[in-house]
Design a protein around this ligand. Structure first.
Ligand code: 5GP
Ligand code: MN
Length: 320
């Protein structure tokens, strides 16, 4: 069932014990929105556990609560009043789904590709740049004070999902929320410095990846295609796509990583084409200008499949 902002705020207020989670392969918005909501709710006297079924990149150690995020353990069972899934539809949360038992599940998201379902309560606001922006709205709707710890976390998601306030999803409300969060104690420079720093090997890996990028679709698309060997060797690849997105004339940028012999992960960014439409063709999703999917194909086939899909989108003008 689709909820309003005030119904969502009421559901959070009614719960005494909550488990919060977000999508696997977590980014700044997934981590920021779960930790930020945790701090807001704890300030209201609630008991909150954050479970994330993945490793949390070390750059986020600057966020208060980083240390208490944990992975669900084998055979574990947690009871709570309310289970909250943030920044994704409820099918991308790994094993967390199996260990949490709650009479009610609440899904809070900003992805327009989230279809919801009739079993779960969904609060979806695709006009918000980040799920952290929605958590900020919810804190206001609950009349809750935003502690400094929450401000740091929520600011992080605003920053990372807008490319540090450069992408078209950053709206006036996003900047107002950011300003309020800075007033509440968020330190933008501390966050951006912590997230910018990279191990030397990652910069070397970026060099290797950039040396092999390919232009296609008459120069309107650029791709980095990493074999299983490269994917296994390279620890952090998230920033690669930003470096080919900026090439003059390129509309769609894609990074494909071969994770297993028959499984490749795809990330896409665009200037004009609706890449969420490409991703949903392959059961993925995301935003108009940032989307992803998984292809259950071997490396070469996956590479050809995604290139063909992007070429089609450009040729047919899937502009949003
Ligand atoms: P990224 O390329 O950074 O992994 O993801 C870009 C955007 O698309 C993010 O908002 C992310 O949540 C979404 N996304 C990436 N992969 C998938 C997927 O497999 N399924 C869905 N539903 N969304 C995805
Ligand atoms: Mn997000």
């Amino acid at each position: 069932m689709k909820l309003t902002l005030s119904e969502t705020a009421a559901a959070l207020q009614a719960a005494r014990t909550l488990v919060l989670t977000a999508h696997v392969n977590p980014d700044g918005d997934a981590i920021g929105s779960t930790l930020g909501l945790k701090h807001v709710l704890e300030a209201l006297g609630k008991r909150v556990t954050v479970l994330l079924d993945d490793d949390i990149p070390a750059g986020f150690a600057v966020l208060p609560g980083y240390d208490v995020i944990r992975r669900p353990a084998e055979g574990e069972s947690i009871d709570c009043d309310l289970f909250v899934v943030l920044d994704t539809m409820t099918d991308r949360i790994g094993k967390t789904a199996e260990v949490v038992h709650a009479p009610r599940l609440l899904n809070i998201d900003h992805h327009h590709t989230n279809p919801g379902n009739n079993k779960e309560d969904l609060y979806l606001d695709a006009s918000r740049a980040a799920t952290c922006e929605i958590v900020y709205d919810l804190a206001k709707a609950m009349n809750a004070t935003i502690p400094e710890s929450a401000a740091m976390c929520l600011y992080t998601g605003l920053a990372t999902d807008t490319g540090f306030f450069r992408f078209s999803n950053a709206a006036a409300h996003t900047y107002r929320a950011a300003a309020d969060l800075i007033d509440a104690g968020a330190q933008p420079n501390v966050i951006s410095e912590a997230l910018e720093i990279k191990p030397m090997q990652t910069v070397k890996d970026l060099g290797e990846a950039l040396a092999q990028f390919e232009l296609f679709a008459d120069g309107k698309a650029a791709g980095i295609f990493l074999t299983q060997e490269q994917t296994a060797r390279m620890e952090s690849t998230e920033t690669f796509i930003g470096h080919i997105r900026v090439i003059d004339g390129v509309d769609v940028a894609v990074v494909l990583k071969c994770k297993e012999p028959q499984l490749c992960r795809v990330s896409m960014r665009s200037k004009r084409v609706d890449v969420s439409r490409i991703a949903t063709q392959f059961d993925g999703g995301g935003h108009v200008r940032a989307a992803g999917c998984t292809l259950k194909l071997p490396f070469e086939e996956a590479r050809k499949t995604i290139m063909a899909a992007i070429e089609q989108a450009i040729r047919e003008g899937w502009i949003a």
